[in-house]
Design a protein around this ligand. Structure first.
Ligand code: CS2
Ligand code: MN
Length: 351
């Protein structure tokens, strides 16, 4: 198992490489070129710049999260082929630079959704919260505006350019059903997986967060059954999943331990974090500790250990603690605590 830590890049993150260096056990940064719009080819100089920075601090750049997929690919438009060619070229370059895993997602329009980025927990810390009834009734444009108006609006997946044409995008998705989205994912994978195989890259699709359809948009990476289907679309070790326990765990019907047992050899990258799910369908992100939420954190680490997991793992969203000012969910302190908890479980399993 190799521990990673998500880093948004020089000047783009309140967390520095020097900070990350002081967290025990971190081997790789999990990074991206956040200023390259989805669909464009990544410039080699920029890739090598991050590589140089990481290596100077003793880290590898083995995991990219994410190379975002252009909406035209998800929509299955004729223009997708141009974006797929760009994606392939980016894969080749990342392979050359030594990257091993590319995380991506296939969520229409939005990445992850929350209704409150700084909801107070009992201990005075804050964390990201999802109020189901609110999302079920709110006009998505209003929610997007509210998030955009927030001075801390710096979440990945909420890049302004993605949101500009919201109404247009909603119309484009009007007739896209889950089955269509699955077929468009197949088309994408059939095109890129051979390139990944040649370049020793593993693709790792991130589950939808939350793992159910929102605003009438289809979502497919939601359950054990659907992940099984995705892995079969192209049956190759290069077609894998980023098993995110927090995203999948928002639906208590998802048995994550069982998923790890079934998909073990197709999980190149694991996100391990906790959420607390309420009976009405709301959920809040909590500390990584098992007792603080409803995700079986210890069972999950045990399942990885038992299956001989040797992929990459990272803590995921943390709370905002000790007055830290940071990107929502991506502060230093709580994620560092998360790592120590995960390593503590792991080390005791190694005995
Ligand atoms: C999120 C996502 O849950 C998470 O890890 O931070 O933004 C995630 O990085 C993307 O969905 C992966 O493509
Ligand atoms: Mn995740």
């Amino acid at each position: 198992m190799k521990m990673g830590f998500r880093w948004y890049g020089e000047g783009n993150d309140s967390v520095t490489l020097n900070h990350i260096k002081q967290i025990p056990g971190v081997e790789t940064i999990v990074w991206s070129l956040h200023d390259v719009p989805a669909g464009e080819e990544w410039p080699m100089e920029k890739i090598l710049e991050v590589k140089k920075q990481a290596e100077q601090s003793g880290f590898t750049i083995d995991v990219v999260e994410s190379v975002n997929v252009h909406e035209d690919i998800k929509l299955g438009l004729p223009s997708r082929d141009v974006y797929i060619e760009n994606y392939k070229r980016t894969i080749k370059k990342l392979g050359k630079a030594g990257v091993k895993v590319i995380c991506y997602n296939f969520m229409p329009v939005f990445d992850w959704i929350r209704t409150d980025l700084f909801k107070e927990l009992e201990d005075g810390s804050t964390a990201m919260f999802y109020e189901k009834a609110e999302v079920d009734q709110i006009d998505p444009i209003v929610l997007v505006q509210r998030i955009a108006d927030n001075p801390n609006y710096t979440m990945s997946g909420w890049e302004p350019e993605r949101l500009e044409n919201l109404t247009k995008l909603f119309n484009a998705y009007k007739d896209i059903k889950e089955e269509d989205l699955m077929n468009n994912l197949r088309y994408f994978l059939e095109a890129i997986i051979p390139v990944c195989e040649e370049n020793a890259i593993k693709m790792a699709i991130h589950p939808d967060d939350p793992p159910w359809p929102i605003f009438g948009l289809p979502r497919i990476i939601t359950s054990q059954e659907n992940i099984r289907r995705v892995l079969q679309l192209v049956d190759s070790p290069s077609n894998g999943v980023t098993l995110c326990s927090g995203s999948l765990g928002a639906n208590p019907n998802n048995d994550i331990v069982n998923m790890i047992r079934e998909f073990a050899d197709r999980i190149p990258f694991a996100h391990v974090r906790n959420v607390r799910v309420y009976e009405n369908g709301d959920f809040i992100e909590t500390s990584h500790r098992a007792q603080d939420g409803t995700v079986d954190m210890v069972g999950i680490m045990k399942a990885y250990h038992e299956s001989g997991f040797n992929g990459y793992i990272r803590p995921d969203h943390g709370r905002h603690i000790w007055d830290e000012k940071c990107r929502p969910g991506y502060g230093l302190y709580d994620r560092a605590l998360g790592i120590m908890y995960l390593l503590g479980i792991w080390d005791s399993l190694e005995q």
